[in-house]
Write a protein that binds this ligand. Structure first.
Ligand code: SF4
Length: 396
């Protein structure tokens, strides 16, 4: 968000909600829960003098517990949920396309980056039916927290406060969108950045470096390696391929890593073999690169079936709310490696095998793409005036 301060409208000044969170934490009538995005754990340590690429997942959870959150959950959980919904949508569109349906929109575009969503609403209002309708992991988390989880613990919607820790400035505005409110009550109440969390921990005099490791709480804290890699450019589409491949072919993946989807080039292209069906995948990070792929879609010349787009360099690891990296590739590469190592350490590495996700569908949502899943986990997009484009990383 280096450029937000020069936003021409002045309406998009970065707002720090830490004081609202402190107020909620000290209000005994409220239950306050927190979700942490995948990229945060790979960079938060830098604010405490640790080397880029040091994973601090367990210390971060301990710090949030010391700060007084009632439950510490993981956006990786809802990243797995995003894959269930987005992967299902990808397969539905692909099958319709292969059966000759000429109305189906391909490529499908990922929709979990609000910087990117904002960009296409302003600049490609003619293509609003192309992106996946799946909400972002932040918003899926909020929607499930304020229904399924609130019911489980017997707390009313208005007494449950949902906080998110994000690598991102755009997430602050995403959670305020009208589509993500019920009777004026936001699904995610407050979003603060990695840097703001670090300042909060320091102000609370918590000795971060000497904290023990703690685990996330259940049930919205269980996640797979596929959820973790959402933090890296190419990670969302890799996670989607792990699940879509197995659902489409009915076979087990021999190797869960899709090395050809990884890397740091601004625009990448890869073919993935879905048991005879060759899927063309495009990946772009940085909005200038995204614009190039989108112009092809608009012109009808895109060769892709699916495209992942992230607004920030490197994906969320390079987000505007992260410790400053000044575009240094060495820092981004180390954070990316940390994310992939967390994936590797996980016993379960495919979203559809997450036991808490399976239980959520069995107990509450039914099938991916069900009526209930649609009403809670999908959204729509709106054409916006071209004048107020959010500058996220100065690339527009
Ligand atoms: Fe936010 Fe950047 Fe990640 Fe998009 S890529 S969700 S703008 S941090």
């Amino acid at each position: 968000g280096q450029c937000l301060s020069v936003c021409p409208t002045g309406a998009l000044t970065e707002v720090d909600h830490t004081n609202d969170i402190i107020r909620a934490l000290s209000d005994s009538s409220k239950t306050v829960i927190v979700q942490t995005a995948p990229a945060v754990r790979a960079a938060l340590g830098e604010e405490f003098g640790l080397k880029p690429g040091t994973l601090v997942t367990g210390k971060m959870v301990s710090a949030l517990k010391e700060l007084g959150f009632d439950y510490v959950f993981d956006t990786d959980f809802s990243a797995d949920l995003t894959i269930m919904e987005e992967g299902t949508e990808l397969l539905q569109r692909l099958k319709a396309f292969m059966s000759g349906d000429t109305n189906v929109r391909l490529p499908i575009l990922t929709s979990c980056c609000p910087g990117w969503v904002n960009f296409f609403e302003h600049n490609f209002p003619d293509l609003l039916d192309v992106p996946s309708t799946a909400k972002s992991p932040q918003q899926m988390f909020g929607a499930i927290a304020k229904t399924y989880f609130a019911d489980k613990i017997g707390v009313s919607r208005k007494d449950l406060i949902v906080v998110s820790i994000m690598p991102c400035i755009a997430k602050k505005y995403e959670c305020q969108r009208d589509e993500f409110k019920v009777d004026g009550n936001q699904d995610v109440d407050y979003s603060i950045s990695t840097r703001e969390l670090a300042a909060f921990i320091k102000e609370a005099n918590i000795d971060f470096l000497n904290l023990p490791d703690s685990d996330f709480d259940d049930p919205l804290g269980e996640s797979t390696g596929a959820g973790v890699i959402f933090g890296n450019t190419g990670g969302v589409i890799e996670a989607a391929c792990r699940t879509a491949y197995e659902l489409y072919t009915g076979k087990k993946l021999e190797k869960v890593e899709f090395d050809n989807l990884r890397g740091m080039e601004g625009i990448r292209s890869a073919k993935v073999d879905f048991g005879g069906l060759e899927l063309n995948i495009g990946i772009a990070h940085g909005l200038g690169n995204a614009r190039k792929l989108l112009n092809e879609v608009r012109a009808g010349t895109s060769k892709y079936h699916a495209i992942e787009i992230m607004a920030c360099p490197g994906g969320c690891i390079g987000g505007g709310g992260q410790p400053y990296h000044h575009g240094k590739s060495e820092i981004l590469n180390r954070r990316a490696a940390a994310i992939y190592s967390e994936d590797k350490r996980k016993i379960i590495r495919k979203s559809h095998e997450n036991p808490s996700i399976i239980k959520l569908y069995n107990e509450f949502l039914g099938e991916p793409g069900s009526h209930k899943a649609h009403s809670l986990l999908h959204t729509e997009y709106f054409p916006k005036s071209n004048e107020v484009t959010l500058h996220l990383n100065g690339e527009i």
